[in-house]
Design a protein around this ligand. Structure first.
Ligand code: 76R
Length: 226
């Protein structure tokens, strides 16, 4: 049975620890089988820090492909220590975007060229007693998101953001995946955007993951699998 979004593609972020049972051939087979799927694509990242060793971003119209990738990687000796489930989307405040940009949001081609610095974190908009994003008028929210978009434009060429929606699917409302030229591009963008009213008053964030996008072979070598 098919389980696909009507618009966009499903996205699974897996954060994996390498175990002594990690099996290079089985891991490679898992990716080969996943990428053989219709329109499925993946991004592999060597992570820094204790939270996990490897991040895998799988994108596919069909959620079953993502489930199979997870099963195959688990069976190949990688242990899932965290994950995030979301769907690509066009923000309701991005109506005015040119059609090409809208298609790039819904059907991105990843990873972007020349942007090996990577971070991911989940994010929600606050529903506090005083600052409640969801009780602000659409006009006010749109104005704040335009300010956000304008401050983001300074980072054009240095950062690609992929915002994927997860309301009703996972613990936060969006997954934020950033690809940067340099690691400090990520830091500068996130720091600068914290002053946007939309983030300063309403942003709530989960755990941050940081790493380097590389080919599967390189990620496996650098994380000690092979
Ligand atoms: O898609 C577009 O480029 C249109 C403008 C735009 C929208 C609608 C935009 C631009 N963003 C949009 C939506 Mn963004 N973004 C974040 C974060 O850490 C933080 O404080 C927030 C995390 C960063 C760093 C970032 C970067 N953005 C969103 C949404 C969905 C809101 C909704 O639909 O309600 C979230 C959660 C979000 C969060 N944003 C940009 C950037 C950058 C760098 C840009 C400019 C992109 C460009 O012009 O190429």
């Amino acid at each position: 049975m098919i389980s696909s979004p009507k618009v966009g593609v499903s996205v699974l972020h897996l954060f994996l620890h390498v175990t002594p049972l990690a099996d290079t051939a089985a891991i490679k087979k898992a990716f080969a089988s996943f990428e053989g799927g219709d329109q499925a694509q993946s991004v592999t990242v060597a992570l820094l820090g204790h939270k996990a060793d490897i991040a895998v971003m799988g994108l596919s119209p069909n959620m079953w492909d993502l489930r199979k990738l997870q099963t195959d990687l688990q069976n190949a000796g990688l242990e899932v220590s965290d994950s995030y489930v979301s769907i690509t989307e066009i923000s309701e405040y991005a109506d005015g975007l040119p059609e090409k940009m809208k298609q790039d949001r819904l059907y991105p081609v990843l990873p972007p060229e020349g942007k090996a610095s990577w971070c991911f974190y989940p994010m929600s908009k606050r529903r506090g007693e005083k600052d409640n994003w969801f009780t602000a008028s659409f006009e006010k929210r749109k104005e704040m998101m335009h300010q956000h978009g304008a401050s983001g434009k300074q980072f054009r060429g240095r950062i690609i953001q992929l915002i994927t929606g997860s309301t009703g699917l996972d613990d936060f409302e969006w997954g934020v995946t950033l690809f940067g030229v340099h690691p400090d591009d990520l830091k500068d963008a996130v720091y600068t955007m914290r002053y946007d009213e939309a983030s300063a008053l309403y942003g709530e964030f989960g755990a941050f993951y940081t790493g380097i996008v590389a080919s599967l072979d390189e990620v496996l070598t650098q994380t000690g699998v092979t």
